[in-house]
Design a protein around this ligand. Structure first.
Ligand SMILES: [Zn+2]
Length: 164
């Protein structure tokens, strides 16, 4: 078991491996940084199955994620998020033993990768897909919460600028 900053551990999850709180973690706490090797879209394709280890951070910019963030799983009802500095942080108070989950769609705008979702949330969308394909109410709420990666937000600002 790997412990990071004393607050999270990597353990088996219903999703494979996952990140769990090893002690109570208050809302708005950075649990780890998203770090790793930078790749282009074409380079992520060459990874085959390991393509899903990559986080999109720009139109053609990806990070091949390092541990512990690599093991973070998706939920349609997330208790964590990534901010514009690529800090992985808590949106809620997290109890000891709870899994840390974020919404993958907040970093996706590529028309390439999708995944079936069985996160078990009441509001589960059944499929994980690009941010702009989410129901509009969810897009708005995530934009307001400031948990959408900047390259996607910029894309939205451009859209609004054109339609205004
Ligand atoms: Zn779901």
């Amino acid at each position: 078991m790997i412990s990071t900053e004393g607050k999270i551990v990597i353990k088996p999850s219903v999703f494979g491996k996952g990140l769990f709180a090893s002690e109570f973690v208050p809302e708005n706490t950075i649990v780890c940084k998203v770090t790793g090797t930078y790749l282009t879209f074409a380079e992520t394709i060459l990874l085959g199955e390991k393509e899903s280890y990559c986080l999109q951070i720009g139109t053609d910019k990806y990070i091949y994620c390092s541990e512990p963030f690599l093991y973070s799983n998706h939920s349609c009802n997330p208790n964590c998020a990534i901010n514009s500095d690529l800090d992985f942080y808590t949106l809620k108070n997290i109890e000891k033993g709870e899994e840390l989950l974020w919404d993958y769609s907040t970093s996706m705008l590529e028309r390439h990768w999708t995944m079936k979702c069985s996160c078990g949330s009441k509001n589960c969308r059944r499929i994980i897909t690009d941010f702009d394909l989410l129901p509009q109410a969810i897009q708005q709420s995530y934009l307001q919460m400031n948990i959408v990666l900047p390259f996607i937000v910029q894309n939205y600002e451009q859209k609004f600028a054109i339609s205004a």
